[in-house]
Ligand binder design. Structure first.
Ligand SMILES: [Zn+2]
Length: 466
């Protein structure tokens, strides 16, 4: 007889369990959305559903902390349903969504409307940034459950980004006031840094006013540190100082696609005891100039120094993403006439994990380090550990199952994002997610999304007040 303690809703059998800290053979029992047992393989149990995971690795559920699901406002290229479905197919159990929406979630009404809409559409769990725009609204957004506050400290020279120019906070006095308010909440302030005046002046002078707007010109401007460039590092440098005196936990976005000094400034601040986190963009080592010359506007984010990025990946960064910033093919093709008008970013939520498992197979990062950067570390930074980000008794039953030996070719055809294409079309990878399990429910299995839109729940930030 199997006793009640060995009755489960879901039983994950015969896997190799891998966490940031250890590997072992074992089985995991799930009841009421939680991990309730970790048992030796072969233990006799009863379960409503058992998955035999022989030959596979059972990982904590993977987080993706940089998603633009475009909902509300730009739902012609993505919405919360299609974006979270692509994430589920990519082995992601928890996504954090960005704020450049119309209307942006910068006030209680718009934040709550976005939350309600996302809860009705998401396949996976998610956190929502509040938009850092009005210092006096920061506390209100935190109380409603914002997982952090996101600031666009940038305004693109052609206003091609962040698409909602009114979201730009380029006044450092207001930026500082936002930091003061976020510091009181204990949340992180996540910032896309820039020195917009510098960027605009130099890009206009050397490129746009001279009519140098071809793809080749854009790639040159990026390589010289004009686009996604020195302006971002300059903005970062002053922001680090302001964040230090405000006492805010600063979360630096887009590390790796800025010129290299960004790494040094962040390391210096850390060495002085400042609480600062870096989110490394995987384009910084996955995409080189030769690839960008081929794919052009599919993404203009590419490596400045691949070796340095790998070193930062292995030893220094706090989290890792492949930004998910979808656009339609038409939008990026139009960008080819004036490449400084091309919308920025890369479509990455579905490709992120397979590409990174491929990096593990190539020996460029250990699976344990990858898991630290995509499970435990973000869960700690965003205040959710160990409810999420761990395989432990009492934790949410979020898992990603992977087959490290399965090979596949990434294609536009399989892209589930509404945008329907990927910069990695035709790229072969070894290592793929086979199952995505969110709080004990299998939402993706072997090529098929099985979950329901609306199953995903909003994970509330630590300043939430019921
Ligand atoms: Zn972004």
């Amino acid at each position: 007889m199997v006793n009640d303690k060995k009755k489960f809703d879901l039983y994950l059998a015969n896997a190799e369990i891998v966490t940031p800290h250890e590997r072992y053979k074992g089985d995991v029992g799930v009841r009421n959305e939680k991990i309730v047992a970790i048992l030796p393989s072969g233990t006799e149990v009863t379960a409503e559903k058992t998955l035999d995971l022989t030959g596979k690795c059972l990982l904590p559920g993977i987080w993706h902390t940089h998603c633009h699901f475009r909902d509300p406002g730009q739902t012609h290229k993505e919405n919360f349903e299609t974006g979270s479905r692509a994430a589920a197919a990519g082995g992601i159990t928890m996504a954090i969504d960005m704020t450049n929406n119309t209307p942006p979630p910068a006030e209680p009404e718009t934040f709550l409307a976005k939350k309600e809409s996302a809860e009705s559409k998401s396949y996976i769990d998610f956190g929502l940034y509040g938009a850092g725009l009005h210092p006096e609204q920061v506390q209100n957004l935190a109380k409603l459950g914002a997982i952090g506050i996101k600031v666009f400290n940038t305004r693109h020279p052609m206003d091609a980004y962040p698409y909602i120019p009114s979201l730009a906070v380029t006044d450092h006095g207001i930026l500082y006031e936002i930091y003061e308010e976020v510091a009181k909440t204990g949340l992180v302030c996540a910032v896309h840094h820039d020195d917009s005046d510098w960027t605009r002046t130099l890009v206009q002078r050397d490129y746009i006013q001279k009519g140098k707007v071809s793809a080749e010109d854009y790639i040159e401007a990026y390589d010289r540190g004009y686009m996604y460039g020195h302006g971002m590092v300059s903005g970062l440098a002053s922001s680090l100082y302001l964040a230090k005196i405000a006492g805010v936990r600063l979360y630096v976005l887009h590390v790796g696609v800025m010129p290299e000094m960004a790494y040094d400034y962040i390391q210096f601040a850390k060495s002085k005891g400042q609480t600062v986190y870096s989110e490394l963009e995987a384009c910084s080592f996955l995409i080189d100039r030769a690839m960008v010359e081929k794919i052009k506007t599919r993404t203009y984010l590419f490596a400045h120094n691949v070796d340095r990025a790998y070193e930062y990946l292995k030893y220094d960064t706090d989290t890792l993403v492949l930004e998910h910033a979808p656009h339609t093919l038409e939008e990026i093709t139009n960008g080819l006439t004036n490449n400084f008008n091309a919308p920025l970013g890369v479509i990455g939520v579905q490709e992120f994990l397979p590409l990174m498992l491929n990096e593990v197979n190539k020996g460029n990062i250990s699976l344990e380090r990858l898991l630290y950067l995509t499970t435990e570390s973000p869960a700690r930074i965003f205040g959710q550990y160990p409810q999420k980000g761990a395989i432990a008794i009492g934790s949410d039953a979020d898992f990603t199952v992977v087959d490290m030996n399965q090979e596949k070719i990434l294609t536009d055809k399989e892209e589930l994002s509404k945008s329907g294409w990927t910069a990695f079309d035709g790229v072969k990878v070894k290592g793929v997610p086979t199952h995505t399990i969110v709080r004990g429910t299998v939402v993706y299995e072997n090529g098929e999304v099985k979950g329901k839109a609306g199953y995903g729940q909003m994970v509330k930030g630590t300043a939430y007040q019921p």
